[in-house]
Structures are given as structure tokens and as C-alpha cells.
Ligand binder design. Structure first.
Ligand code: ADP
Ligand code: ZN
Length: 760
């Protein structure tokens, strides 16, 4: 944090030892344009409303345009120049606590994002708009009504109004009061004019929070020794009031969630709140019910909430009316008044990183919040991100291992099927090898259920003319279009560009254009043909578009109505189905050769996670992984359930190239519709970065400017620049200097991504 920011957070001085020349000064940050903070004078009439964390309206720029911004600090000091006064205080209560203001300042600093933009992103739109409330005017009697009435005679209707108001015993809207008194608004207004009634404006809810019915109460489970140890490690940190980070490395099905729940129960008994972050996809009824069955007041924050619902939850959390917040990424900004513990489950998940500004990672923000609130942070995963693992190995985090499944259930046996050897897959265009077919048959015969993972949507993934070689690509993205058979279209998975599926080559007109490559739709057709009469469900973003489809599909699979569940990575995560005895991975290599230094890590995580979906019941389970690279370290480690071996093979490779966790990376992408402007600007930016790196971070690496792996996306050409070095602050300083005052030409945009996860 800079000195200037530090000063902003100093506590307000005592009002009585004010120097006469001191004035109340508000520092205001604006969400767009010049960000600030800028100082404003707090005029006398706003002194009782102004507060750090509330929004204000203030004149901005030469034109003094009234603009809404966030008051980030309030202090009595001597101004060094004449200040403009605030025009208005917008909020009746503060939207951001002092902690949240510091946290947002940290995010702005760390992720090179304007502070105002961070503030704007942290306060949900529904809260800013006060969605679900409206201003109502209420009428109440003046305090000295009895004295004022003495010796006066009132018209009968006026008398009826006063009587109705006193009978109600609370302020009433004018129309309601008139109705109760059996008259029009006339007498009410007369009484107000005569100073007997007073009107006041207040914000009232227009709708009340819809509560899901409380599930039957569940008692805590009796923990096994591994769980007990994990719980004690967390509670020790809670008791010590230390901002310690605990990495719970627990295999799939080791009972991590039960540990989180019991740790939070302890925190709640101390009158504090728990915050649980899970990937959006895990916010299934199954997870949510587990929390709601143990706590009375749980707020569930998922992306489908309306503005009104979000505002209502937010208000209730801020009022301390919620014990546990369970939510996706942005729940880390929950305004809990007295948080006691933060849990981030499946901490390796890429969805914890936001892909638009501010490009924050919820794990890093949680870490910063745990420092601010001085509370522990629990990170949980069967396959921790190597960044987290490395920090645990260095001693920055406390590592707790949960190497066994509950009831000592064995981890499933994982076998590989070498696709190079398989004639079925090579010569027919099928996706299921002979051995996998036999295994599915066996599992179904024994009454088990089957999960099949294929991380690619659509029917055919590759469309090419054998006569002229033309491949059908998206004109906006230069990426192969995927055939979707349900609508008979070819579709771009990046920009949604679509065409009717061509029957002949669009380039040469040859009628034998070839559709190949297997997506989930084709796999579904193949499975239905291979196992006629067996109920099969497909889960991917296409089949799960409608609201509630996800829950419905999972319920059908849970009840056993469906025997085979196939789909993209959305089936790999966090699901707990005891009936599943076989998991098949159709092609484990899909992500292995992407130009991304995390390709092996992603592959290892995906295979391990999907393997974890089986063997959770009494019947046990097995996993078959089809692959062209059965000897790859990532695949081998997944086969042996050996995270440590994977980390040991991968970390040295990262170290050699100074990739995270051994170096900090900042990625800049320049994009725009006109290639030459994009290139030109990227060159300028690259040159300036090169010079500022020399000054701030000599020895740091500068890669590019070079075309991004997706060199064109949605009609925009993309050029990337990558910085790598041991000292993140030095890299940030270099970027700040190189980009200060830099104006890209029209139609060219640039973004900066600190600690990027998306390398394409
Ligand atoms: P993880 O989060 O590590 O994948 P879960 O917490 O989901 O594991 O536990 C897996 C299953 O085991 C769940 O169905 C859960 O109810 C059950 N379970 C967890 N802990 C215990 C325990 N101590 N005794 C009995 N069952 C347990
Ligand atoms: Zn496209």
C-alpha cells in the first residue's frame, strides 16, 4: 500500500482537539474517468451524513459535472488549497467497511486496476441501485401533538385521521391513513399544513426475501481421526485469532466438507460468521443443503440471483443476520460484520479468477482479507494449485493431509487404455474403445452407474474438405467451427458465430466434405447405439442452458433413472454419487498440448477429479482413461493418485523457466479490429515496457509482443506481451510507468492481467 493510501486509513481525530483552520475533508474515488482519490470539503449540512464507505456526488473536472463516487476516507485536516464542496451524500448507510476499503485498495494495487473500478465491482449492482426498495412517504403525529390539540376544534374528518393514526401506533403512508380514516387525502394534507402531522421519507422494501424451506436438521457426523486432526488445526488458528492459511490436501471423498462445516459451527458459536467459497458449478442443491441442514441462517450467493435478491441477501449479511455465506467467487466481498473463518473449497479451480477487470483471484483476495480481518483461511483441494502447494512446502501455509477416504474406502483403481493401440478408435470413427465398451457393459450388468468425460461440446469438432483441404473456420476467430447436430449448424465456441451446416465444401463445392472429431453430442449418439434401452444423460453447456436443468439432470442421475452420465468437465467436479462404479475418460490428452504452461497441471487435475467421482459407495469403483500419452507424468500421477509425485515432476520444469510459483507473471493483451493498428500499438507498448523494466526490474523477462495463441477472437486481432520476474512489485511498477498516460489509438484496447490463468 502506498503512503498516500496508508494516510487515507488513519483513524479520525478526536473532534474536540480540532485546530480552528482544520476542515472536514472527504477523499473521493470515482468509478470512471479520472479516478482520484480527490479531496472535497464536507459542507456543514452534510457533516452528519458523510462517512467513509458511502457514495457521494461531487463536482468533477473543469466543467464541475456532478459525478457519483465513493468516499474512501474522512478526516479533519488543514487543506493546502481551496477545495470544492461535496454536493450530496447518496447512501443512508455505508456500503464498505474500513476493512473492505483497505481490501479494495489492495486489489487495485495488486491487479493494476483503478480503485474506483474495483469499488464498483465489489458492491453488487443490486445494492448500488437499492433494488427492491422504494421511497415511501410516511405520516406521523408531531411530538407535541397533545399540547397543540389543546383548545382546538377539528373537523370530523380530521379528527378521524388523527384517531386512525394514533390507533395504528406507527407511521403510515398518507394514502393508507386516508383509507383507514374513511376520507380522501384532503384532511391529511390540511393537518400537515397546520403542523399537527409530519411527513418523512424512508426507504422500504417492496418485496421480502424468499426463503427456501428449511431442510430437516442434521446432527454433525462423528469425525474420523484424519478429519479430527484437520479440524483441530483449523480451530487452533481460530482460537489464536491468527490470519493463518491452512491448506487441506484431502483426496476426493476424504470428508473435507464435513470438516469445514464443523469448523464453521465453532465460529458461529462464537457469534461470528463463516464465508465459504466454492466454484459456481458446485453450488448444487446437494452442497447447499449440507450447509442449510446444519445452520439456521445461510445465505447462498450464486450467479442467478436477481438484483433484488442480491440486495436483500447483502443487507441481511451486513446486519449480521446470516451465520454462513456460501457463494461463488464474489462472495469474498460479503459484508459480514464479524467474519471468523474463510473457507475456499476446490481452491485449484480456475473459476475463482475473474476474467474481466478487476481480474482478481478469489484465493488471493481471501488471503488479503484474512490478513485484514485477522482470521484463518482454509484452502481445500484434492489437487491443489501448484502455487498453493509450493507455499505450503515453503512453510507459508500450514499443510494438513487427509490421504484416506471416509470409512477407509479404497480410492478407485485407475487404468489407462492406450489409444495408439486401439483398432476400434483408430479405424472406426467411434470414441469408445473395445475395452471401455466391455467395462461399461459390465458395470451396467452389475447394477452400477457410469460417468463418461469428454471435454468437448458439439457433434463433430473438425470439418474439412478432403478434395481441397479447406477447413471450416470462424471468420471472426480463425478457430475451427463445431457441428451441432440438434440445430444442424456449425458454431464458433468463442463468439457464437453460426452458419447452417454446409453439405458441400464452401471453398471448392466438393460434395464429400468430411465431418470428424468427437464432441459430447456424437458421444451420446454412439453410447445410445452401443447400449440401446439404457437411459443416458448428457451434461454440457448446450444441454444445461435452461435454468434448473443442471439440478434436474443431477436428480435424475442420483435417483438412478439415468444409468450413464456423459459430459464435459462440469460432471468432473464435486459430485457425490455412491452408485457410480465406473468412470471413463474418453480422451485425457485434450488439454495436454495447449500452449499453456499449466497444461499438464490441468490434465492431472481433471483426470484426478473425475476419477474421484467413483468408488464412493459400498460397491467400489474403477476408472479407465483413454489416452495417446499413457507415459506422460501427469497421466501417470493421476493413475496412481499421487499428487506429490505430480508436483515433484512438474515444479522443477516451472523453476527452470521461472514460471509461477517461482516467478510472477503479468500478461498484457492488445486487441482491435485493425491488425496494423494493433501491431503498431503493441510495439510501442512493448518498447516502453522494455525501458521501464530496465529501470524497475532489471533481469526480468519480457516476451513479445507476439500474436496470442488465439490470434484472432470475435473479430479482434490479439497480440500479447508477457512479463516474468521474481519481484511482482517491481513488475507492477514497470507496467504502471510504461502505461501512464498511454492512449491507444481509436478501436485499439489493451488489458493487463496480473497472475494470469488464461494464457490463450
Ligand atoms: P470431500 O469434500 O473430501 O470430497 P465429503 O465431505 O463430501 O468429502 O464426504 C464424502 C462423503 O462421506 C459424504 O457423503 C459425507 O456425508 C460422508 N462423510 C464425511 N465424513 C464422514 C464421517 N465422519 N462419517 C461418516 N460419513 C462421512
Ligand atoms: Zn468465432
Amino acid at each position: 500500500m502506498s503512503d498516500a493510501q496508508q494516510r487515507l486509513f488513519e483513524t479520525d481525530p478526536d473532534p474536540w482537539d480540532l485546530d480552528a483552520r482544520e476542515q472536514w475533508i472527504a477523499s473521493v474515488v470515482f468509478p470512471e474517468g479520472p479516478v482520484g482519490p480527490f479531496d472535497y470539503l464536507v459542507p456543514e449540512n452534510l457533516l452528519d451524513q458523510a462517512q467513509a464507505g458511502r457514495r457521494v456526488r461531487a463536482p468533477l473536472g473543469k466543467a464541475n459535472r456532478l459525478t457519483t463516487g465513493y468516499c474512501v476516507a474522512l478526516a479533519s485536516r488543514i487543506a493546502d488549497r481551496p477545495l470544492k464542496p461535496l454536493a450530496e451524500v447518496v447512501d443512508a448507510r455505508r456500503l464498505l467497511s474500513a476493512t473492505m476499503l483497505r481490501l479494495t485498495a489492495w486489489i487495485a494495487e495488486h491487479y493494476l486496476c483503478p480503485w474506483g473500478l474495483v469499488l464498483h465491482a465489489v458492491v453488487p449492482a443490486g445494492v448500488r441501485l437499492q433494488a427492491g426498495t422504494r421511497l415511501v412517504t410516511l405520516v406521523r403525529p408531531v411530538e407535541d401533538l397533545p399540547e397543540r390539540l389543546e383548545g382546538r376544534t377539528l373537523a370530523p374528518k380530521q379528527k378521524a385521521v388523527i384517531e386512525a393514526l394514533l390507533a395504528a401506533g406507527r407511521p403510515l403512508p398518507a394514502a393508507e391513513l386516508a383509507a383507514r380514516a374513511g376520507c380522501g387525502l384532503g384532511p391529511v394534507n390540511t393537518l400537515r399544513r397546520r403542523g399537527l402531522l409530519r411527513a418523512e421519507t424512508r426507504r422500504a422494501d417492496t418485496a421480502s426475501l424468499k426463503e427456501a424451506p428449511q431442510p430437516p436438521r442434521q446432527e454433525h457426523l462423528v469425525l474420523n481421526p484424519d478429519q479430527q486432526r484437520a479440524l483441530e488445526a483449523i480451530l487452533a488458528a481460530v482460537r489464536a485469532g491468527k490470519p493463518e492459511t491452512i491448506l487441506v490436501h484431502g483426496v476426493t471423498g476424504s470428508g473435507k466438507t464435513e470438516v469445514y462445516i464443523q469448523a464453521i459451527a465453532d465460529v458461529v458459536r462464537r457469534g461470528r460468521q463463516g464465508i465459504v467459497l466454492v466454484p459456481e458449478i458446485s453450488l448444487t442443491p446437494q452442497t447447499v443443503e449440507r450447509f442449510r441442514a446444519r445452520f439456521d441462517r445461510v445465505a447462498v450467493l450464486h450467479s442467478h440471483l436477481s438484483d433484488v435478491e442480491r440486495h436483500q441477501h447483502w443487507q441481511r449479511i451486513a446486519d449480521g443476520g446470516v451465520q454462513v455465506v456460501v457463494g461463488a467467487r464474489s462472495a469474498i466481498f460479503s459484508p459480514t460484520p464479524n467474519a471468523g473463518l474463510i473457507v475456499l473449497d476446490e481452491e485449484h479451480e480456475a473459476s475463482f479468477k475473474q476474467d474481466s477487470a478487476p481480474r482478481y483471484h478469489a484465493r488471493e483476495v481471501a488471503l488479503a482479507r484474512s490478513r485484514e480481518d485477522r482470521i484463518p483461511l482454509v484452502l481445500g483441494s484434492a489437487t491443489p494449485a501448484l502455487e498453493s502447494w509450493h507455499r505450503a512446502c515453503c512453510g507459508a501455509y500450514r499443510l494438513v493431509e487427509m490421504p484416506r477416504r471416509v470409512f477407509d474406502r479404497p480410492l478407485p483403481a485407475v487404468g489407462t487404455l492406450d489409444l495408439r493401440q486401439d483398432a476400434v478408435v483408430r479405424h472406426s470413427r467411434g470414441a469408445v474403445s473395445r475395452q471401455l465398451h466391455v467395462a461399461i457393459e459390465g458395470a451396467l450388468r452389475d447394477g452400477g452407474q457410469v460417468i463418461l468425460l469428454l471435454n468437448r461440446r458439439g457433434f463433430s469438432t473438425h470439418i474439412q474438405c478432403p478434395a481441397c483441404g479447406h477447413a471450416v473456420k470462424c471468420p471472426e476467430c480463425e478457430i475451427a467451427l463445431t457441428h451441432h447436430r440438434t440445430e444442424e449448424i456449425v458454431l464458433c465456441h468463442y463468439c457464437d458465430y453460426r452458419l447452417p451446416a454446409p453439405a458441400a465444401c464452401p471453398a471448392c463445392g466438393f460434395a464429400g466434405i468430411r465431418y470428424s472429431g468427437v464432441g459430447t453430442q456424437r458421444l451420446e449418439a454412439e453410447i445410445r447405439a452401443r447400449f440401446p434401452g439404457v437411459a443416458c444423460l448428457r451434461m454440457d453447456t448446450d444441454s444445461m442452458r435452461s435454468r434448473g436443468a443442471h439440478e434436474k439432470a443431477l436428480a435424475a442421475f442420483r435417483s438412478g433413472t439415468a444409468r450413464i452420465l456423459l459430459g464435459t468437465q462440469m460432471i468432473a467436479k464435486g459430485l457425490d454419487f455412491p452408485g457410480v462404479t465406473l468412470v471413463g475418460v474418453i480422451n485425457a490428452d485434450m488439454a495436454l498440448h495447449l500452449p499453456d504452461f499449466r497444461a499438464a497441471e490441468r490434465t492431472f487435475q481433471l483426470v484426478t477429479q473425475v476419477a474421484g467421482r467413483t468408488g464412493r459407495g459400498e460397491k467400489g469403483g474403477r476408472v479407465l482413461v483413454q489416452t495417446f500419452n499413457p507415459d506422460h507424468a501427469a497421466i501417470l500421477a493421476a493413475v496412481h493418485h499421487d499428487y506429490a509425485a505430480f508436483a515433484a515432476s512438474e515444479l522443477p520444469l516451472r523453476q527452470i523457466l521461472s514460471y509461477p510459483p517461482f516467478g510472477v507473471m503479468i500478461r498484457l493483451v492488445v486487441r482491435g479490429p485493425k491488425e496494423q493498428f494493433v501491431t503498431l500499438f503493441a510495439q510501442t507498448l512493448g518498447q516502453r515496457l522494455g525501458e521501464s523494466l530496465e529501470r524497475h526490474a532489471p533481469g526480468a523477462r519480457l516476451l513479445g509482443p507476439a500474436p496470442a495463441p488465439f490470434a484472432k477472437l470475435r473479430g479482434h486481432f490479439r497480440i500479447q506481451i508477457q512479463l516474468q520476474g521474481p519481484d511482482g512489485d517491481a513488475l507492477r511498477a514497470a507496467v504502471r510507468e510504461a502505461t501512464a498516460g498511454l492512449e491507444p489509438p481509436e478501436e485499439v484496447q489493451w488489458i493487463v492481467d496480473v497472475d494470469p490463468l488464461d494464457m490463450l
